[in-house]
Design a protein around this ligand. Structure first.
Ligand SMILES: Cc1cc2nc3c(=O)[nH]c(=O)nc-3n(C[C@H](O)[C@H](O)[C@H](O)COP(=O)(O)O)c2cc1C
Length: 346
């Protein structure tokens, strides 16, 4: 059904229009009496084999929605009802900002991939906080990033401001230093910048709430291996709770799509299957480095239950996906949860 709708209509519409239509649908489901219950009954993860205990939380499925889909915390409950074990909202910046000019979201259909240069379009930390105060029916992670106009030497203060507004409302907090679409952001992954940044965010989270808010850092797949190791060591040194690997890549290697099409799309972060191999490699490297001392959330190119199982076997505590949902449609995760439960059941 979704395949038909996709091939007849959705793939002809600009990708961002489809995104906006999806949110209308999700919000309509949240507003219609009985609809959420119905969706949850159809899609919600119920099998005990899927449960994961991590970060002090009980996840009903190890598969969550990666950051960037629900940037403004508009529909996390409906997304949870469709089967996600957790939803990461954001990236949220301290101040509202429009993001980059459109078009800024592109499909590379032959690769089942996406290129985006959204540039953290979002309504800011205050608006996200207001939405997170509503009734919650799913575990919600909050992913924060730097406001574009804030200079790099004031980045930490900007992250701290978001933390002050959002930490008490987050089931876990993610410091995103890995989006390729905010100039200079990824330089913050260098340990000399990352150490003071994470230390200040951690202190701000402690001041914001007496509850321990798990703190994770999200890294790029384009880091060289020694830099991945350095971030892992820093996460251990600072007593962080985990690492999310990976964000999108600026590489365009190994694509099936025509060079002309790829060049026409231009700059941005690439996601989906072309990212799979590097994402898995970074996961294995991190797990080897940190042993069982950190939660590792693996993301990048996950499309099937076999992909999820592979990540879990390679040391992921939790798994996230975004692009798979775009190509797979709203019932995609239901299928994954069912197939995964059958694999994991004793
Ligand atoms: C359109 C789009 C927007 C994204 N925005 C964000 C974002 O705001 N913050 C973030 O940390 N990651 C963002 N991501 C990256 C995803 O969270 C994820 O790390 C990446 O897409 C790899 O996973 P996938 O192959 O399953 O899509 C975005 C990805 C896409 C496709």
């Amino acid at each position: 059904m979704y395949r038909l709708l996709y091939s007849v209509l959705l793939r002809r519409l600009p990708a961002e229009t489809v995104h906006r239509l999806s949110f209308r649908g999700l919000r309509a489901i949240e507003a219609t009496p009985g609809a959420m219950r119905l969706v949850r009954r159809l899609c919600g993860p119920r099998d005990d084999a899927l449960r994961v205990r991590a970060l002090g939380l009980d996840f009903p499925s190890p598969v969550g929605l990666a950051a960037g889909f629900d940037k403004d915390a508009e529909a996390y409950n409906a997304l949870g009802a469709f089967g996600f074990g957790f939803v990461e909202i954001g990236t949220v910046t301290a101040r509202p900002q429009p993001g980059n000019p459109r078009p800024r979201l592109f499909r590379l259909v032959r690769d089942r991939a996406i290129v985006n240069r959204m540039g953290f379009n979002n309504e800011g930390a205050r608006a996200a906080a207001d939405r997170l105060r509503g009734r919650r029916r799913v575990i919600v992670g909050v992913n924060i990033g730097k406001t574009k106009v804030v200079p790099e030497d004031e980045a930490a203060a900007d992250y701290v401001q978001s933390t002050e507004r959002l930490a008490a409302l987050a089931d876990y907090l993610v410091v995103n230093v890995s989006s390729p679409n905010t100039p200079g952001l990824r330089d913050l992954q260098a340990v000399e910048h990352l150490r003071p940044l994470l230390t200040q965010v951690r202190e701000a989270a402690r001041r914001a709430t007496p509850r321990h808010v798990p703190l994770l850092v999200k890294i790029a797949p384009d880091l060289a291996d020694p830099d991945v190791d350095a971030v892992a060591d820093l996460a251990l040194e600072l007593g962080l709770d985990g690492v999310i690997a990976t964000n999108t890549t600026i590489s365009r290697e190994g694509l099936e799509s025509r060079t002309r099409e790829v060049e026409a799309v231009g700059a941005g972060g690439l996601s989906g299957p072309p990212l799979k191999e590097r994402s898995l490699e970074v996961l294995r490297r991190l797990r080897e480095r940190v042993g069982d001392r950190l939660v590792l959330v693996s993301v990048g190119g996950v499309e099937t239950a076999d992909d999820v199982a592979e990540r879990l076997e390679a040391g992921a505590t939790l798994v996230q996906a975004y692009t798979g949902l775009i190509y797979g449609g709203p019932f995609w995760l239901r299928g994954i949860n069912r197939a995964l439960a059958a694999r994991l059941r004793p």
